[in-house]
Each structure stands twice: as C-alpha cells, then as structure tokens.
Design a protein around this ligand. Sequence first.
Ligand SMILES: Cc1cc2nc3c(=O)[nH]c(=O)nc-3n(C[C@H](O)[C@H](O)[C@H](O)COP(=O)(O)OP(=O)(O)OC[C@H]3O[C@@H](n4cnc5c(N)ncnc54)[C@H](O)[C@@H]3O)c2cc1C
Length: 510
Amino acid sequence: MTAERTPDPIRKVVIVGGGTAGWMAAAALSRLTAGDVSVTLVESEEIGTVGVGEATIPPLLDFNNALGIDQLEFIRETQATFKLGIEFVNWARQGDRYIHPFGVYGRDSNGVKFHQIWLKDRQGEGFAGEPGAIGEYCLSVVAARDNRFTWPTSNPGAVLSTLRYAFHFDASLYARYLRGYAEEGGVKRVEGRIEQVEQDPRTGFITAVRLNDGRLVSGELFVDCSGFRSLLLGQTLGIPYRSWQHWLPCDRAIAAPCASAAELTPYTRATAGSAGWRWRIPLQHRTGNGHVFSSAHIDEARALDELLSGLDGAPVAEPRTLRFEAGRRERPWEKNCVAIGLSAGFIEPLESTSIHLIQSGIFKLMGLFPDRGFDPSEIEQYNSLLVDEYERIRDFIILHYAATERDDSDFWNYCRTMEIPDTLAQKLELWAGKARLFRTPLDLFTDDSWIAVLLGQRKFPRSHDPLADAFDPVQSRQFIASIRDVIEKTALAMPRHQDFIARHCAAPQQ
Ligand SMILES: Cc1cc2nc3c(=O)[nH]c(=O)nc-3n(C[C@H](O)[C@H](O)[C@H](O)COP(=O)(O)OP(=O)(O)OC[C@H]3O[C@@H](n4cnc5c(N)ncnc54)[C@H](O)[C@@H]3O)c2cc1C
C-alpha cells in the first residue's frame, strides 16, 4: 500500500532573520525537505545579528552530521577549537574550581552507579567534601586540565570511548558557512528590513511580510528567527514573555574578544565575579571574553573594568553591551508561526545551551512538519516539548547560582537565599539524602552533569545508596584506583590540544 500525499502540503516557508537561528533553520529545511518546499530567508544587514555565542555542547555534532557537514572543514571554516567541558571558578566559594565535563564518571558496577561507590568510599573516611575531586575519574576532566585532545574511539570497552566533545567557534562564521550551504540547497535570501507583517483578517494567520521598499514576501509557514525583537511571534501575534529574572537576575553582557596569548585550552572557563560571571572561550584566531552581570547589582563601568582586568591578551574589538531578560515566550508555536532562537526565549549562556535549543526546535519542527491544516494537536505537542526542555535547562542553570555559599556581595546574598522552582527543589532534596538522581528522556543534562555541578558547588549528600554498602571496602577502593590509573595513562597518551588542531584542522591564518 502506498501512503497518500497529504492533501494540503506546505509549499512556501519564510524564515525571518539571518542570525545563527535563521541560517541553521534554513540549512536544515533546505536538506531535510528534499527540495519540495521553497524556502526564503529575509534578513537585514542594517539591523545585524546578536553576533555572540561561541560555545556549544555535544549534540551540535548530531546537527552537523544530519546535514552531512564535513567536520574538519567546519572546524577550519569557523576557527573552531574542541571543548571537553566548562571550568567553573569561584562559584560556591572564592578559590573553588571544578570542571563540568562532557562524558562520564568512572564505571557503574553491579548496577550501582559509580558516584555512589565513590561516595561510600569517601564517606567511610569522614568525607567532608572537596569540590571537583570526582573529576579524577572522568577522562574529559583529566584531559582538559592537561590541555589534551584526541578523537574518542568507538570501541565501547576502551576508556577513550567515554570522551565526549563539542566546539568553541566563531558563531558569525558558522552562520556564514550555513548560509553557503543553504543557498546551495536552494534557499533564497532576501535582503531588507521588514516594516509590516500581514495577517489573514479572519484567522490571524500570517500571510506575508512587507519590506521597507514595498516588496512583499508571502508564505504559508513562517519561522520567526528575528532575535530578541520576536517580530512575528511576540510583536505580531502578541504571545507574552514569561520572565525568569527573579531566578536568573543577570540581564546584561559585555563582550570583548582579545588576542590569543596562551596555549589553546580545550574547555570554556566561567569565572564568578561580584555580580555575575565572565566567560573565556579560546578560538583559533582569538579568545572570546564576556561579562554577564546583573545591572541591579553592578554598574556597567565597573562590569567593564572587571572584564578588561582579566583578559589574557590585548582587546581586538571595541567592547559591546547586550541587554536581555531570561525567560521564554508562552508558546513558541502559534498559528502558522514557529519561533526559533532568541525570539522564542533566552537562558543566559552559562552552559552554552542557546544554540542547542535552536537545534532542538528545528529537529522538533521537522518531526512535526505541518500541512496547511496546522493540526492543533501537533502544535500543542511541539509547544509542550519545547517548554519542558527550556524549563529543565533553566533549573540546571539556576542550580549554579543557588548552590553557593558566597556572602561577599548583595548579588550572591540574593542568589543564595532566593526561592527556587519546585522542580529544582525536589531534585535537590532527593540528592541531599542519598545522592539520588533520576533523568527522564526529556532532560538534556545527564546525571553526570548534575553530579559535576552539585559536588563542584559543595552540595555534598548526607549519605549514599545502601546498595553500595554491599561492596567489599578493599575491593571497591581497588576498583576506584584502577579507574583513575587507566584514565591518567589514557590522558597522558593523548596529544596536546593545540598540536592536534595544528595537525588535523588548523584554520587559515587571518
Ligand atoms: C551575551 C550572549 C552570549 C551568548 N553566548 C552563547 C554561547 O556561548 N553559546 C550558545 O549556544 N549561545 C550563546 N548565545 C546565544 C546565541 O548568541 C543566540 O542563540 C544565537 O546567536 C541565535 O541568535 P538569533 O539568530 O536567534 O538572533 P540574532 O542573531 O539577533 O538574529 C536576528 C536576525 O533577525 C533579523 N531581523 C530582526 N528584525 C528584522 C526586521 N525587522 N527585518 C529584517 N530582518 C530582521 C536580523 O537582521 C538578524 O539577521 C549568547 C547570547 C548572548 C546574548
């Protein structure tokens, strides 16, 4: 039996915006719809893009693979380096340091999780806790500390198969690269500023966007990638913004790239300051830096001083300030408009999740690609999946602020004592007893990510899983030591990150 074609297929998609979100959507639509649909992207050079966003997480590899992008070419074109995790400095207490790695801790044994066996061993000695100590049992942490990188192996028995990585890259170059890809795939680019959005008076569906020179670009499905403006979903369809500023008070960022001065590190650094935090992201041609802060707690001049005083090299561009408010639109898909990227919501870049949320929105849109009937149950499904994902990520980011002991500024006093979402409070309660964590398929962050941040920020549990008590203490100590030994040796045999890039994927000098 052959499946019948859907009676009202979408033939014309219009993407509004040519930032990372717009070009990722255009590239995916150009390939995954196999040429059945005409895709037009409207962007305005005069308005420009947000132009920051340099750190990613491992699922980006799936996006690039789905598009058939050659990894080494992509690295060279975007001045990328490898990322094994994020080093957090000064978060629970000044002087603390831990790495939140991609990858896993140790190896489970007889159905008992590694962190439980490790905790039991440590608690037996009256373990008071040491942030980041569990990192010795994760290859990504040990390799990151030692500035090493190599490809993971696919042999599941080898410790090298546990290495996971993502990239630091120049987001503007990535958008440019994807533009080439999308245009080759048939996407039509229209340059111009949208001045008006036309709607069907009966249904409220968007029918076209009108440009400043009077041109009309019409479509059946509109993808709103217009950035913080949220031109279609927010401004035209009036979908309200739900603010999370009371949990995530940072509302400004100053970005100031500088010359690379040191060896390329295979990790992002996030250093907590007096009223926010600073990022350091090493790219091949420069180092990205920025200060994310709460304008209610520090003024811009001081925030800039804090940023500039910590740079590794000379600034290579004028510092640029961006304003934002953490939160999300109530519904990312309304009528015939799907918002992807900053137009749908924003969670600050502490765990590099924005580009991932773009990718997730695109994959879900492809999975629920509508016809002109716009089935409400499909729209509902999309909205509930996306909202759930935003909120789970939000809780993980709030954890970094709430799990602090710092009392050296009004900002940290606020974060330490603020009320947190019930969903996060429940998770912390479960952890506080026997270090239990339960991941659902909808969670982006794995148990190992939660373990990294919880232990790294001194949320030490009172006890451990009673099943870990069944292990003979001497044997479990040997088991733990053997894992550390293999990890140390494997890391030492890896090439240095900088040498690996030079050998396999150095970008042309600029
Ligand atoms: C300080 C900061 C740091 C960040 N760091 C990271 C990070 O490390 N990792 C990460 O994953 N993400 C990060 N992000 C998020 C990331 O930058 C964005 O998710 C990403 O760039 C996508 O932006 P966008 O395409 O949605 O919006 P934009 O880049 O703002 O693009 C909007 C597009 O819409 C167009 N447009 C708007 N209005 C009109 C109009 N009227 N007519 C025509 N065109 C119009 C603009 O011209 C532009 O092309 C960061 C964000 C900020 C603010």
